[in-house]
Design a protein around this ligand. Sequence first.
Ligand code: PGA
Length: 257
Amino acid sequence: MRKKIVAGNWKMNLNYDEAILLADSVSNLVKENQKTNVILAPPSVYLNEIAILIRDNPMISVAAQNCSDKISGAFTGEISAAMLSSIDVSHVIIGHSERRKYFNESNSLLAEKIRVVLENNLLPIYCCGETIEERNSKKHFEIIAEQIKTGLFHLDDSKMKTCTIAYEPVWAIGTGVNATAEQAQEMHLYIRNLIKEKYGAETAKEISILYGGSVTSQNASELFSCPDVDGGLVGGASLKAEEFFSIIQTMEKRISS
Ligand code: PGA
């Protein structure tokens, strides 16, 4: 069975003390016999310390929110995949819509980042999602297909299998308006079918596809009940340990039902 994942994207939030406290609180709540894979994506300046802090908890991994497409050298302010790989970071979020929008990250640049991440034995969480204008003009499937094909379909089958995808409609991120379970399931199935066409049914079945965009403990149950929704990439609701844990518990219930 493919992995069920609840990931917390802290974005550019929390000072040092708050970040350590949050990681520690989540780590105390998440027990070793849990089946949900939990991923914390703190700001990069806290990654190493949080990776060390959660090292003994096998159910929690640490993700960077971004990395450079460059290998090394004169790129002031950038963080390379090799650097992330040299500390206990296992995953990297690539192509979040905020990076696409504010930092002009294109599908082809993201393809390069995916390549560099995998070369450094890190696991990508590749984000895709359409804007409200694109959905209203019925271009959402086309947009997602382009993001998935250009970003990921340069990979061979074995590398593709190591990727996690997050479908995050831009209109649902930070707005309090989540996609309905029907909208999420429809797009997740569409993405899985794209993978199936290119890589075959076995690979398509193995890849976890997360939903992101205003996930809370209130709507997680409905969203996670969809057959092709394998978890969530949670922003705002991951900043409070109890709320985030309640979303993790929702996934635990689904797994054991
Ligand atoms: P949100 O963010 O849960 O605050 O909507 C999700 C994300 O951007 O990953």
